[in-house]
Design a protein around this ligand. Structure first.
Ligand code: NAP
Length: 263
């Protein structure tokens, strides 16, 4: 029997990038997975790929900034598969700009998507977990919450707010059998980072990706599959004593002394 057999998992941001990898990994270990994202095509592609691999998945098309979407998607997942017992909150957005230059809409987008989403998800997911007798949640943060490149103030603040929510929510709900943790990855090759490289280094995005990789003492970018393994560990019963932690997975980037170049 696999680690997540009989469990239902909701994965936000599962239409691409890290979330898609997490959704595949959970399904491969027996979970029935709710694949949440805005892009219907990409959500359905993820579901079809999981089903081709023999897993169980349900397409949940919605916007985390809309409370009715979150409520309806959680309800549809409960109807389809029961639960959820597990939540991997992977969806996120990134915008660059020092505060005077950042558009107010971008500030609002960052905080609505990265922070208020935790509130909306908690309101609908925690009651469902209580009804199942417990559960586990992982919030995907970033090393930028702890030491960011210049130009990422609002993104860094949104991820630091997420880390604070992880700690306090963990204390609020551990007595109900709901374990809440976070992960803080270094830079991963996903559509988010590829879009940044294409925008900031249009002539040679690959050169920029190599340079970003070299900022990590490990000497390369972090693979989404490596982060997914940490997410699954934290969601699993193996991590029963880990509560309220945001675990760094960054190839040594935060451990080093040095001034990172803006990426
Ligand atoms: N890539 C990195 O280097 C890196 C480093 C550290 C931390 N992170 C964090 O890791 C997480 C995953 O990032 P990624 O690199 O995989 O990003 P990505 O490739 O841009 O994917 C982001 C995902 O979030 C979803 N999403 C965005 N806004 C949404 C909304 N309002 N409602 C529902 N879904 C929404 C997107 O869905 P649609 O496409 O369907 O809209 C997509 O599935 C994020 O929280 C990010 O901040 C990334």
């Amino acid at each position: 029997m696999s680690r997540f057999t009989g469990r239902t998992a909701l994965v936000t941001g599962a239409s691409r990038g890290l979330g898609r990898v997490v959704a595949h990994a959970l399904a491969a270990e027996g979970a029935a997975v709710g694949v949440f994202g805005r892009s219907r095509d990409r959500v359905e592609e993820t579901v079809a790929a999981i089903e081709r691999e023999g897993g169980r998945a349900l397409a949940l098309v919605g916007d985390l900034r809309v409370d009715d979407d979150v409520r309806d998607c959680v309800a549809r997942l409960a109807e389809g598969f029961g639960g959820p017992d597990l939540l991997a909150h992977t969806a996120g957005v990134l915008r660059f700009g020092s505060l005077p230059e950042l558009a107010e809409d971008d500030w609002d987008l960052l905080f609505d998507t990265n922070v208020k989403s935790c509130f909306r998800l908690a309101r609908h997911v925690v009651p469902a977990m209580r009804a199942r007798g417990g559960g586990a949640i992982v919030h995907v943060s970033s090393v930028f919450a702890q030491a960011a490149n210049p130009g990422a103030a609002a993104y860094a603040a949104s991820k630091a707010a997420m880390d604070a929510l992880t700690k306090i929510m963990a204390l609020d709900h551990i007595g109900e059998g709901i374990r809440i943790n976070g992960v803080a990855p270094g830079s991963m090759r996903t559509p988010m980072l590829e879009a940044t490289a294409a925008e900031q280094s249009p002539g040679d995005p690959e050169a920029m990706l190599r340079a970003v990789g070299a900022l990590h003492p490990l000497g390369r970018l972090i693979e989404p599959e490596e982060v997914a393994r940490l997410v699954l560990y934290l969601l699993s019963d193996d991590a029963a004593s880990i509560v309220g932690e945001t675990c760094v997975i960054d190839g040594g980037r935060l451990a080093q002394i040095g001034v990172a170049k803006r990426v």
